[in-house]
Design a protein around this ligand. Structure first.
Ligand code: NAD
Ligand code: WQD
Length: 336
């Protein structure tokens, strides 16, 4: 298929571009580099061993989007482009609503005009409200506690309504906690600031860019008192998108689908796995709980298995080994 990938220079987008090309798809990538670097696109091309058109542009620019849609005939759009920092979204909510919802609406309009009827959307487990029983099925109660989460839930709503009106096929992919990197170590997660997420914080501590990890709370009702999450290897996640594209080609309507492993890992278990796979000791202290954190969050991934024929294959050890390989080969990310 011919696929437009928005945000393809970013962490999940870059890994997905590699898997799409490996699976025989033709891609066109757009990104405005607001949270990524051109080097990521070059590296995707070198891993995949093939070239593809790239446009540096804001997805909200309807005129430019129209030109891209006129130059290429697309069968499907995968929309990664979006801002994702929970804390920043609380401080700058309009920036988040404008970018995340504005880009989705601009795409819907352009797709409708150009007869593109398949949409794969980057949603998040953050759309599930607290108080659900684990594991989370797609039918669990929805609700958010920060603007970032609301942008995802609102986009899900917009796409659901649009799909019904236009007879589209839409996959709302709810990611759990993507970590790790491509096995080549050439592409990986490259936070532009001090990381908010656990694994990049661990690996930047291990490489010496940060002094020590702060473990947010050790008094939860979990295996060792620290928070439990469903970490998924980013390459497994990328393959989930390839499966979703295949599904959309054969079905119409909307499906919300969890992309997770169904397994929970605590903060200290992840630290231990990282130390084992890297051979480096990770300094940490115990800090107060972080506001808004759940004790435990993990997926029921059975719908993805049933309708996409996809399930995650890689272990937490694989995730740590690959994250470390990326960090060791690129201590400053793409900046060098
Ligand atoms: P990322 O920041 O690495 O990638 C997003 C990319 O989109 C970046 O390259 C950025 O430059 C680009 N972008 C943002 N706004 C744009 C715009 N208006 N026009 C053009 N390009 C734009 O983030 P990621 O981790 O790869 O996440 C990809 C998507 O998945 C995001 O929508 C994010 O909200 C969602 N998501 C991420 C996670 C996670 O933990 N990483 C979890 C759940 C959902
Ligand atoms: C994981 C665990 C922390 C950092 C976030 C977003 C969510 C989604 C994925 C986009 C928790 C603990 C963390 C640190 C720590 N993103 N932790 N010290 O909060 O599950 O999800 O990223 O959609 O929307 O909220 O991921 O990696 O921040 O935290 O102890 O320095 O690690 O308390 O238990 P989270 P995370």
């Amino acid at each position: 298929m011919n696929i437009l990938v928005t945000g393809g220079a970013g962490y999940i987008g870059s890994h997905t571009c590699v898997e799409l090309i490996n699976s025989g798809h033709e891609i066109v990538v757009v990104d405005n580099f607001c949270n990524s670097r051109p080097e990521a696109v070059s590296r995707v091309k070198s891993i995949a061993g093939s070239d593809f058109p790239f446009y540096e542009m804001d997805v909200r620019d309807e005129e430019q989007l129209g030109r891209v849609m006129e130059e290429h005939r697309f069968d499907c759009v995968i929309h990664f482009a979006g801002l994702k920092s929970v804390g920043e979204s609380v401080a700058k909510p309009i920036k988040y609503y404008d970018n995340n919802i504005g880009s989705t609406i601009a795409l819907c309009k352009a797709m409708s005009k150009h007869g593109v009827a398949r949409f794969v959307f980057s949603s998040s487990a953050t759309v599930y409200s607290g108080g659900n029983v684990m594991p989370l099925t797609e039918d669990a109660a929805l609700g958010c506690i920060n603007p970032y989460g609301w942008t995802k839930l609102m986009c899900e709503r917009i796409l659901t309504d649009f799909a019904a009106a236009e007879d589209w096929s839409v996959a709302l992919l709810r990611y759990f906690n993507p970590i790790g990197a491509h096995e080549s170590g050439l592409i990986g997660e490259d936070p532009s600031d001090i990381p908010n997420n656990l694994l990049p914080y661990i690996s930047q501590t291990a490489i010496g860019r940060l002094d020590k990890l702060h473990v947010f709370g050790d008094d939860y009702d979990t295996v060792d008192g620290t928070g439990v999450r469903d970490y998924i290897h980013v390459v497994d996640l990328a393959k989930g998108h390839v499966a979703a594209v295949g599904y959309c080609a054969e079905h119409t309507g909307v499906e919300a689908v969890n992309l997770g492993t169904g397994r929970g890992t605590s903060v200290l278990q992840l630290v231990a796995a990282f130390e084992r796979m890297s051979g480096v000791k990770v300094a940490y202290d115990i800090a107060p709980r972080r506001a808004g954190d759940l004790a435990i969050c993990y997926a029921d991934p059975s719908r993805a298995q049933r309708i996409f024929g996809w399930s995650a294959e890689k272990s937490v050890d694989d995730m740590c080994a690959d994250a470390w390989s990326w960090q060791r080969q690129n201590p400053m990310g793409y900046r060098e």
